[in-house]
Design a protein around this ligand. Structure first.
Ligand SMILES: [Cu+2]
Length: 177
């Protein structure tokens, strides 16, 4: 009987504070182990440059969108080339065997001129790996993703807009609702 009272109180507390749900925001983690593209299979985490991102390197992407829509994206990688400065962005489409498959950068306000290609209007997760090949980055914005318009995290060989595409992980980004 005492246990039943506790169980009821626990349930009430859980519902009162809210477990993760669409009404209270959205949280998602995607893990990947990089490998070279294989045939026609749609790779989840694919490397195009094994010198910078060897097969077996690891990636974790965490999206956290609050009820008010503000969104934090965190990136962690391990096993990449040590002491290297990578450029990283959220791109529009899923990864493919072709580095171009990920498409363009995701933008909050879509546009093609330079004023739209900013770290405020896109999600940049540039990082420098440490001596052990480990790196991380985080970006927070007041906005969240439009449904179906952000599909991957793409790693480039350098920051900025002209870096070659060296690795990609498909991530099911979404809005809170
Ligand atoms: Cu990019």
């Amino acid at each position: 009987m005492v246990a039943a009272v506790y169980a009821g109180a626990l349930a009430a507390a859980l519902f009162a504070t809210g477990t993760p749900s669409t009404a209270h925001g959205y949280s998602m983690e995607t893990y990947g182990v990089f490998s070279a593209p294989a045939g026609s299979a749609k790779p989840m985490a694919v490397t195009y440059d094994k010198k910078l991102v060897p097969s077996g390197a690891l990636i974790l992407v965490h999206q956290k969108t609050a009820a008010n829509g503000s969104t934090t994206v965190e990136l962690r990688v391990a096993g990449v080339k040590p002491n290297h400065l990578f450029g990283v962005h959220v791109h529009q489409k899923a990864c493919g065997a072709d580095p171009a498959a990920a498409g363009k950068h995701y933008q909050n306000k879509p546009g093609t001129d330079a004023s739209h290609m900013t770290k405020d209007n896109e999600i940049w997760l540039d990082f420098k790996s440490n001596a052990n090949g480990i790196g991380s980055a985080s970006a927070k914005h007041a906005w969240t993703f439009r449904k179906g318009e952000a599909g991957s995290v793409l790693i480039h060989n350098e920051p900025g807009m002209k870096g070659a595409r060296v690795a990609c992980v498909t991530v099911p980004f979404r809005s809170a609702s």
